[in-house]
Design a protein around this ligand. Structure first.
Ligand code: SF4
Length: 371
């Protein structure tokens, strides 16, 4: 990793040494052939840094999670029923599935905003006539700047929703999930509608911060929707829609617009500025993809171990993955995954603390005595 100093142009030489040290402790670049991968990882991380943070902050979060992993409460995993979210998570990454079944992981700001927007039932509030042009508080304010959200690419969807009857909304309080006892499967779609021709369809919403330029839809979300269509027989859906809302955050310096995220009061405004929609119809490809996934997840849960294909690693996914701080697999050192996620995967590597940093660096003294 010698070239990393030159590569980290925005960092002092001591910061670069510290970054290199942290990467090695986390298990990156453990041999020559993996150095390129380590550079790529750093490059991607730099690309997604938030304004108020730097590489060291992000790597230290990863490091500290692993160092204090014993303090993280474990989950009681019951394999009696699989959920649509389980299938989605497994398709996203089987390591993520294992980590989420093992630890009580902390939510991040993106998932908290997603929950807020889920609870507000964005789609329904968007379509309420009295919301249009509203200047009041709460949900209606999300749509003050709604120009362009409905366009030729999604018009048919919105027209269909407006002409359909809502049968179920998974966000409402006291709604119970649907269950398929034969398949030991349970799921709670966001919405179930009946259209004007009597056909039943499902709508699943997802949220994305920033304006999505591409309109690609992810397999993990598709499998979730497909599982509702195929496995929740009580609904009897014919097709479904996947809806991606793009949202933006603005800061308002007023005491009247507080939201609470991660228990912190934040003066923020969350607005919606784009909506991408895809329709998922029943077909053989979707059905066999669903069947394969269901079998893979069931087998992993039964056997408690599975192969991890290194070539399935996707750095773009890893740097923004909600489980990245718990994950050792992103370093390319493991070819097996277990359930639960064993501590060997989160173990820090032994690396001597750099001589250059010993004299100063009061802030990082906690790193010197690590294993
Ligand atoms: S960091 Fe990467 S390998 Fe690890 S759980 Fe997330 S996506 Fe999977």
């Amino acid at each position: 990793m010698e070239d990393l100093w030159n590569y980290l142009t925005n960092y002092t030489s001591k910061q670069s040494i510290f970054i290199k040290y942290l990467l090695k402790r986390l298990g990156f670049g453990s041999n020559k052939s993996e150095e390129t991968y380590c550079y790529e990882y750093i490059e991607k991380l730099k690309g997604i840094l938030k304004k108020e943070e730097n590489l060291i902050d992000v790597l230290l979060r990863d490091y500290n999670t692993k160092k204090y992993i014993q303090q993280i409460p474990l989950k009681q995993f019951s394999a009696s029923y699989l959920t649509a979210s389980d299938l989605a998570e497994y398709v996203f990454c089987p390591v993520a599935f294992s980590i989420n079944k093992t630890y009580e992981t902390k939510s991040n700001i993106e998932s908290d905003i997603g929950l807020i927007m889920h609870d507000e039932r964005v789609l329904l509030s968007y379509l309420e006539k009295d919301v249009i042009g509203a200047t009041g508080s709460g949900i209606s304010q999300r749509f003050k700047e709604r120009n362009g959200v409905i366009n030729s690419s999604n018009q048919a969807f919105f027209t269909e929703i407006e002409n359909s009857t809502l049968l179920y909304s998974g966000h409402s309080e006291n709604r119970v999930p649907y269950i398929n006892k034969d398949k030991n499967f349970t799921g709670q779609p966001d919405y179930v509608f009946r259209n004007s021709k009597g056909k039943i369809f499902i709508v699943e919403e997802k949220y994305h911060e920033g304006l999505r330029e591409k309109t690609n839809f992810y397999n993990n979300h598709k499998i979730q929707l497909a599982s509702y269509i195929y496995l929740l027989n009580q609904i009897g859906a014919d097709y479904g829609y996947l809806v991606y809302w793009s949202y933006y955050r603005k800061t308002y310096y007023t005491n009247t617009n507080y939201n609470t995220i991660n228990n912190q009061p934040v003066k923020q405004w969350i607005g919606v500025n784009k909506c991408d929609v895809m329709i998922l119809r029943k077909n053989d490809n979707v059905e066999s993809f669903l069947e394969r996934t269901l079998n893979n997840v069931k087998s992993f849960v039964d056997v408690k171990s599975t192969i991890f294909e290194l070539n399935s690693l996707n750095i773009n996914k890893c740097v923004s993955c909600a489980y990245t701080n718990y994950c050792g697999h992103k370093t390319k050192r493991f070819t097996k995954i277990t359930l639960p996620y064993i501590k060997d995967f989160t173990k820090l590597m032994f690396v001597p603390y750099p001589e250059e940093l010993k004299k100063q660096d009061k802030d990082n003294t906690n790193l010197k005595d690590s294993e």
